[in-house]
Write a protein that binds this ligand. Sequence first.
Ligand code: NDP
Ligand code: OXD
Length: 306
Amino acid sequence: MTLLYTSDPARGRIWRGIFADEAIGFAEAGDAHDPASIRYLAAWNPSVELIATLPALEVLFSIGAGIDQFDMGRLPDHVRVVRMIEPGITQGMVEYATMAALMLHRNMIDHGIAQREGRWAPIKLVPASERRIGVMGLGNLGQAVLGALRPFGFALSGWSRSRHAVEGVDCFAGAAEMPAFLTGCDILICLLPLTDDTRGILCRETLTQLPQSAALINVGRGGHLVEQDLLSLLDDGRISGAVLDVFDPEPLPAGHAFWAHPRIVMTPHVASMTRADSAARALIANIRRHEAGAAMDGEVARSRGY
Ligand code: NDP
Ligand code: OXD
């Protein structure tokens, strides 16, 4: 059983050692290898041409948590697709979402503006219990983020496609319950996958269902956000601020209005990153499950798009 790896070379060096320890064949694109022996591909965005050279390919493993970068329509039907679930990604997202939520909760966008203007402008504290944070997406990452926010005492909500029960979280499901979910969220965190159903979901219609002066954290994908809608809602004060980690396209072009907007905090898609050692071990555990005929952790329902 051989895995072909086509991603960051520094991570590849670590993976090579771990795969050798586990006695699983490992090749990088530059290594001499027989394409016909490759059953597993670990990649971020493999070309259709590369996949066409791998007749024995059984599983495409995403190097990251998302799989929207794959050209699913051009992937042979029998190839199974697995997103990355590993502790490094989860920990990074928990840190980032908590940081961003606390930043918005403690009015850091307004304090930053006041600082740059040389104004001493205290803002009255709102107790966490009077602030509601809502997470769109109750998957691996959404639930981990809610779990990390719970000890602060925030009121918490979550929204997903199918119904979930999460301790300490008011859960909403489906399009019919989206308005009820949004109405309460002072801080909205998007942790959805990008699919045909979720593209453009952070638009004027959605964002204006939030309370006055609500704030947004987008750590899902840039394609979730309708940029012009956010800009106009920020400019007329309907939305008070946004922390954005993902953009469409990435990198965000020079001169884009987001770069210098006083009410936007931007980071370059760094909310979380795949950690080399734990990701290799998670992927190997999935190969073992697959070899044993068991379900893989994070297998994507291709027809559903996530
Ligand atoms: P999961 O697949 O575990 O969870 C996805 C969640 O979204 C599920 O709860 C699912 O509902 C919900 N969902 C999907 N479609 C809809 C819909 N149409 N309406 C309502 N809810 C929907 O994904 P992860 O938690 O692992 O990751 C989420 C996303 O986070 C990734 O796809 C990626 O885009 C982003 N990400 C960003 C990173 C960054 O650095 N910025 C890093 C890692 C991930 P249900 O439970 O009912 O299926
Ligand atoms: C992602 C990741 O999917 O970095 O964004 O894992």
